[in-house]
Design a protein around this ligand. Structure first.
Ligand code: NAD
Ligand code: UD1
Length: 346
């Protein structure tokens, strides 16, 4: 199977690229590198010892997407490309609708033209909003609170309509919970530009001394220690979930949605303690008011993915923290110091 990975230089895309190659697939990456580095592609090549074709491409452009499909004729697509920062989406909503919906529309058009029938899409637990009962199942009501979340929900609706009109396609939306960690080699990992929004890269940077302290957003939630609870899932487990979905998609049709998480909730303080344990470093923190829009508790019911895809997260919170820390130590400034490699420019 040949799989087009859009956003394949990004955090989740790069880990999925490695797992796909190791599962025997051929891959091609398309990315505009707006939130990623060419070095990630080079590292994918060195982990897998495989040539990885890569297009420097803005997937909102119809002629660009058409050219990739015409050249590559993929059997399947995993669509990661898009913008993902909640705060930024409140400031620049039009950019979020443009990149997220725009790239999805071009991919769907090209899939129709080139008879590519198997699509896996990166959705998010953010579509459940903050009020759902936990553990949350896939049939819970969807409720979004910001433009980023709305692009995820709108794209799911777009995919449902597309599947209804073209029943020969198989479209799978995967709702990720909180991916953290890095490849065990320490060669690829999460490399946020600027100040990290999400907690795991922030903690690793505090442990490494790049930032003075962590702000814990609220300790007055109705949870055991008062801090927010999330379902952290190792990015390698998450990547393997895509292999399960793409393989399943090759043999069926229709529209399918799955939660990808561990099914367990961890509080902010528990996460901080685990990082301290694996790194042996102090992680100073201060308690600040709650971050607006944050849910108290979010964790997945993963039984549908287990039953239908045969997928279950296997790595522990300790694995996640150890691998994040290994990545941070081996790449103190992320990918930035590495040399640039050749890519085909569209
Ligand atoms: P990321 O930013 O690391 O990867 C996204 C990639 O898409 C980047 O490499 C970026 O350069 C590329 N991109 C953006 N706009 C593009 C465009 N117009 N054309 C081509 N490439 C473009 O993010 P990630 O964490 O790997 O997330 C991947 C997907 O998973 C996103 O759709 C995100 O919304 C979704 N998701 C992520 C999380 C998370 O916590 N990381 C949680 C839920 C869902
Ligand atoms: C955030 C996004 C969500 C997105 C997800 C993955 C918001 C409101 N939600 O979710 O839409 O799908 O990232 O990209 O931004 N925390 C701190 N200090 C920090 C950072 C976070 O205490 O510096 C806490 C948060 O309050 C939360 C937990 O850590 O309880 C996890 O936060 P984060 O990593 O930002 O993920 P989410 O809030 O789950």
């Amino acid at each position: 199977m040949k799989v087009l990975i859009t956003g394949g230089a990004g955090y989740i895309g790069s880990h999925t690229a490695v797992e796909l190659i190791e599962a025997g697939c051929r891959i091609v990456i398309a990315d505009n590198f707006s939130n990623s580095s060419l070095v990630a592609v080079k590292r994918i090549r060195s982990i897998t010892e495989t040539e990885v074709p890569c297009y420097f491409a803005d997937l909102r452009r119809e002629e660009t997407v058409t050219r990739i499909f015409r050249n590559e004729r993929p059997d399947a697509v995993i669509h990661f490309a898009g913008l993902k920062a909640v705060g930024e989406s409140n400031e620049h909503p039009v950019a979020y609708y443009d990149h997220n919906l725009g790239s999805m529309i071009q991919i769907l058009k090209a899939m129709r033209t080139y008879n590519c029938r198997n699509l896996v899409y990166s959705s998010s637990a953010t579509v459940y909003g903050g009020e759902a009962e936990m553990p949350v199942m896939e049939d819970a009501a969807l409720q979004t609170t910001n433009p980023y979340g709305r692009t995820k929900k709108m794209i799911e609706e777009m995919l449902m309509d597309t599947s209804g009109a073209y029943p020969e396609m198989c479209i799978t939306a995967l709702r990720y919970f909180n991916p953290i960690g890095a490849h065990r080699s320490g060669l690829i990992g999460e490399d946020p530009l600027g100040i990290p929004n999400n907690i795991a890269p922030f903690i690793t940077q505090v442990a490494a001394g790049r930032r003075g302290y962590l702000q814990i957003f609220g300790n007055d939630y109705e949870t055991a220690d008062g801090t927010g609870i999330r379902d952290y899932v190792h990015v390698t487990d998450l990547a393997k979930g895509h292999i399960a979905a793409i393989n399943k998609g090759a043999g069926r049709n229709g529209y399918h949605v799955y939660n990808l998480g561990t099914g367990y909730g961890t509080s902010v303080l528990e996460l901080v303690h685990m990082f301290r344990l694996v790194s042996g470093k102090r992680i100073p923190y201060v308690i600040t008011p709650r971050r607006p829009g944050d849910a108290a508790v979010s964790f997945a019911d993963t039984s549908k993915a287990e039953r239908e895809l045969g997928w279950k997260a296997e790595l522990s919170l300790e694995d996640m923290c150890r691998d994040s820390w290994n990545w941070q130590q081996k790449n103190p400034a992320g990918y930035r110091s590495e040399m640039i490699m050749e890519v085909e420019t569209l």
